[in-house]
Design a protein around this ligand. Structure first.
Ligand code: SF4
Length: 362
């Protein structure tokens, strides 16, 4: 989502007469389009901003901007402007309003918007000449207890399917052959009668488009109809990323994920029966607050049983302001131990599956 937002920002600024620099040393203005999902990502941005030592005009944009707002200026006085993800369309105006000198002297923040204008998606700026990321929905209303996204990107909003198709048609005219449809939860897409499966069918019907992918799905909104679409639509990649997060029902409830382990297992069973040979990947959070060793073992066993082709395994990262931040955290040493254990297991499974081994799950 941030990659696409960065393209949108580049497109908007280019249209307004700014040039994108390949070398940051030559740039007058550096814009950090940021992620707040994990503390590590934020720490890296603070350290990078510090590395310019006030030598550039620095803009903090995206989720960290929304998260820190005015506090960003206190945290690093070299920041000149702070613009949240819903307000990125205002960037050309913000930069145009001031000449370079006064911008250095002024602090601006724009983090109050709730909606992005549709036009921002039509600047025709794609980093890759063949591949376009296409946003189908913005924000998220799921409020998983560990996640900052609903607070920084706002409630779930769906783009009109006609606008999405127009954007893709224009991208195809510009030479794009592959699209990745993006949303925090693509399965929840709905525009009138057009749900995600119907949208996939329409995108699949576009001539000269060769490949379609999407990111990411939520188990509570996945359906048999959706799996059949993956099987039947010829341009759609035969893979599914279905975040599990934990193999313990108690932890899933604390995470507010909206499904139980048995629901998840039934889903992946249906997926594999319907999409024969389809790839399956997942996300796991290790060391969620109060996770007992038995509950960790449940996750470990489920990962072993499911035989994912790959898994993104994260250590739990506290995000201030979320529900989970109020819970008692585990000791980092213990989290590290559990993380390594499950990482080693998944590496072994992935390796076994890649080499075509049948004993990958053993
Ligand atoms: S579905 Fe949950 S984890 Fe994903 S963006 Fe929404 S709140 Fe965050």
């Amino acid at each position: 989502m941030n990659v696409r937002d960065s393209e949108v920002i580049c497109g908007l600024l280019q249209k307004a007469g700014y040039r994108i620099c390949a070398d940051d040393h030559n740039a007058d203005i550096i814009i950090f389009n940021t992620c707040s999902v994990r503390k590590h990502a934020e720490d890296r941005v603070w350290s990078l901003i510090g590395s310019y030592k006030g030598s550039k005009i620095i803009g903090l944009v995206g989720c960290m901007a929304q998260n820190y707002r005015e506090r960003a200026f206190q945290r690093d006085s070299s920041i000149s402007f702070v613009v949240g993800p819903q307000d990125i369309h205002k960037l050309p105006d913000i930069l145009n309003k001031f000449n370079v000198k006064s911008l250095l002297e002024r602090k601006i923040w724009e983090t109050d918007g709730t909606l992005r204008p549709e036009e921002i998606y039509h600047t025709d700026f794609f980093q890759d000449k063949n591949h376009a990321y296409v946003v189908i929905s913005e924000g998220c209303s799921n409020f998983c207890s560990y996640c900052i996204v609903p607070y920084v990107r706002g409630a779930l909003r769906h783009r009109k399917h006609k606008n999405i198709l127009d954007e893709i048609r224009k991208a195809i005219d510009g030479g794009i052959t592959k699209v990745t449809l993006l949303g925090q939860n693509v399965n929840a897409y709905q525009d009138g009668r057009v749900n995600f499966t119907k949208l996939l069918e329409r995108v699949n019907g576009l001539s000269r488009l060769k490949e379609i992918d999407f990111f990411t799905s939520h188990p509570k909104d996945a359906s048999i109809e959706f799996f059949k679409a993956i099987r039947d639509l010829d341009k759609l990649a035969k893979r599914l990323h279905l975040p599990l997060q934990s193999g313990s029902d108690r932890i899933l409830k604390l995470m507010n994920r909206g499904y139980k382990v048995k629901d998840y297992l039934a889903l992946i069973d249906s997926y594999r029966k319907i999409v024969k040979g389809g790839l399956l990947t997942t996300d796991i959070i290790v060391g969620f607050p109060t996770e007992t060793i038995e509950e960790f073992k449940e996750t470990y066993s489920l990962v072993k049983e499911a035989g994912f082709n790959a898994a993104y395994i994260f250590k739990y990262s506290t995000r201030p302001g979320t529900e989970a931040a109020k819970m008692i955290e585990l000791k980092l040493e213990e989290v590290n131990k559990r993380h390594k254990k499950i990482l080693d297991l998944q590496r072994c499974i992935s390796k076994g599956l890649k080499s075509g081994g049948t004993d990958a799950k053993n």
